[in-house]
Design a protein around this ligand. Structure first.
Ligand code: HEM
Length: 589
């Protein structure tokens, strides 16, 4: 309803809307999942380090959705503001052109509200007296509404026609010089110098105002790249309108996942690259006997268990539930830029993919010769290789198990990758693969600098529960599927066998852990009796023994009689992650 109402309002104000999909769900309890970064005090930022917004955050300041409208940290600096906007919008998947279209289009309408001093503003709705029934913030200045409204504290109307879509915002922005001033609430904003009073007062038909802007609006005038786009739009109003309609559709649909998740009669026919599009499957699915055959073939190709598992995990764990993007389907991991992500082992990945391509060729050619329409995709082979390796690793641990596999993935091509977006979200931390790029930034009194913090974020994006997270880490470590295949966290004498050794050795009091570097990222485990150095582990590994909730799970898996349960639970969690993006199957159901 919220998105539909906004879209209908835009249509009413003259925008040629591209379409609309139903299908969003309501949550009925607080969603504490999204990681906004450090949030302690309103309108402060602990996310900006040396002028750069820390990764992976998008909003710069607590309580603001994009960036501070006054400028960075409240400093009215349009160029600095442009830098903030560029980073924030890129992490939301918007390029420069989309950003200019959105801001210039969005601020064709409406106004900012800051009629008077902020001291008259009451407490937030949930801290207000109960008789107010949660109906917003009370502003005790004048009537508190209409001309006396306070929301953001700015008092800006951007356009002389604020109920119509159009080019006025851009015209005024680029035509006038702007003078720094303050709103009645004391916030920095800008007024057009030497401009006539052309903006109608929203409440008094006899009054007019000078055009006004926010520092973030001026960013579009003073940043050289933004201003070039703004000028192009001003000279080509139809192009501007089209760009805004497209960017609006993207803004309001980009977290719905691939197009198969769209519902209703207004879904546009066009497919967009930000939907992580996939080609239609034009072949038959492989069957059980093919699966078994292909597993054997893959295992004979000379790739190690750790390589097969690491690659499958790397592919599937690109999924993020926050916008339902990524995942194993499409095998985008073999395409730019994910094939260059440091955590994906670019060189090794290239070799592994070429092995898979060989297997694919052999299998598909054979099917063709037989007149069969069955084919296997690289996306499926990557996952299947992981499944085969896990079965083999379980065999080495004395267990005969089957890892579920659901075929039907297809391979995307390079045109179907939104390159800028995937460049912007390259991971710098992944506790599942024991990867952390910034050990030198760790400060133990600031959890937001630690890899264990980003592990929880990653687990959240993969929708895995606490026990699933712990069992996955324990399994991936003994399988040797760690960054650069290092021994970090591989707490077993017998790597590539699916044993519960990680938990047994982590919890064994025989070993004493001591920091191995000044950052306290890597730790050494010594045999208390002999003093012999036995293991290396990261903070992510040790947190499992340290944190009481995680330790409780680890204790279950460390038990002597839990070997089978460990393997079963690991496989169940693995299978969940491999299929997180299988909307093709879920939506059909
Ligand atoms: C750098 C990014 C942006 C900043 C800093 C920003 C800031 C603001 C602020 C401070 C207000 C005033 C709120 C109030 O006082 O009630 C506002 C209003 C508004 N913004 Fe933005 N905005 C941004 C981007 C956008 C985008 C992308 C859109 C839509 C595509 C948009 C559409 C609007 C509209 C329609 C209003 C008027 C609301 C009303 O009349 O009550 N803005 N914006």
């Amino acid at each position: 309803m919220i998105i539909l109402a906004g879209t209908v309002a835009l249509e009413d104000m003259g925008v040629k809307i591209l379409g609309f999909s139903l299908g969003r769900e309501d949550v009925f309890e607080p969603d504490e999942g999204p990681d906004w970064g450090p949030e302690e005090e309103m309108l402060t930022s602990r996310r900006v380090e040396a002028g750069e917004l820390e990764r992976p955050y998008a909003a710069t300041e607590m309580g603001l959705i994009y960036v501070n409208p006054e400028g960075p940290g409240g400093n009215p600096d349009p160029l600095g503001s442009a830098q903030e906007i560029r980073v924030a919008f890129a992490r939301m998947g918007m390029n420069d052109e989309e950003t200019v279209a959105l801001i210039a289009g969005g601020h064709s309408f409406g106004k900012c509200h800051g009629a008077g001093p902020p001291d008259y503003l009451g407490p937030d709705p949930s801290s207000s007296p109960i008789e107010q029934q949660g109906l917003g913030w009370r502003y005790n200045y004048g009537s508190g509404k209409g001309p006396d409204t306070y929301t953001s504290g700015f008092e800006v109307v951007w356009s002389p026609t604020p109920t119509k879509f159009g080019i006025h915002y851009l015209r005024l922005l680029l035509e006038y010089e702007w003078e720094l001033t303050k709103s009645p609430a004391g916030k920095y904003q800008w007024v057009a110098k030497d401009a006539p009073e052309i903006v109608p007062d929203p409440f008094d038909p006899n009054k007019r105002r000078k055009p006004t802007m926010l520092t973030t609006d001026l960013a579009l005038k003073y940043d050289p790249v933004y201003s070039k786009i703004a000028r192009k739009f001003l000279e080509n109003p139809e192009e501007f309108e089209r760009a805004f309609a497209r960017a609006w559709f993207k803004l309001t649909h980009r977290d719905m996942g691939p197009k198969v998740c769209y519902v209703g009669p207004y879904v546009p026919k066009e497919t967009f690259v930000w939907q992580d599009p996939l080609p239609d499957r034009d072949f038959d699915l492989i069957e059980e006997e093919d699966v078994e055959h292909l597993k054997k073939v893959v295992l004979r190709k000379g790739l190690s268990i750790r390589q097969l598992v690491y690659t499958a995990w790397s592919s599937a764990s690109t999924y993020r539930d926050s916008d339902r993007r990524g995942g194993a389907n499409g095998a985008r991991i073999r395409l730019y830029p994910m094939n260059q992500w440091e955590v994906n082992h670019p060189e090794d990945l290239k070799r592994i993919i070429s092995v898979y391509e060989g297997v694919q060729r052999e299998f598909n050619d054979e099917q063709e010769r037989r007149g069969s329409k069955k084919r296997i995709s690289i996306a499926d082979l990557i996952v299947l290789g992981g499944c085969a390796a896990i079965e083999e690793a379980a065999r080495r641990a004395g267990l005969d198990v089957k890892v579920p596999f659901t075929p039907g993935r297809v391979d995307a091509n390079q045109d179907q990758v939104e390159v800028e977006f995937y460049k912007a979200i390259e991971p710098f931390a992944d506790g599942f693969r024991n990867y952390f790029k910034y050990p030198e930034r760790i400060r133990e009194d600031d959890v937001y600098t630690t890899p264990e913090y980003f592990l929880v974020d990653k687990a959240q994006l993969l929708t895995v529960t606490v026990p699933e997270m712990v069992v996955l880490i324990g399994g991936l470590r003994v399988l040797g599927a760690t960054y650069r295949y290092e021994d970090l966290g591989v707490l077993t004498e017998n790597p590539e066998a699916l044993t519960n050794d990680f938990f047994v050795n982590l919890l064994d009091m025989k070993y004493e852990w001591r920091p191995a570097d000044s950052y306290r990222y890597v730790f050494n485990g010594f045999d208390r009796r002999s003093g012999e150095l036995k293991w290396r582990a990261s903070r992510v590994d040790l947190i499992i023994g340290h944190h009481d909730e995680l330790r409780a799970v680890a204790e279950v898996y460390a038990c002597d009689d839990a070997k089978e349960k460990f393997v079963k639970d690991f496989i169940a969690a693995w299978n969940k992650v491999m299929n997180l993006d299988r909307f093709d199957i879920r939506m059909k159901r």
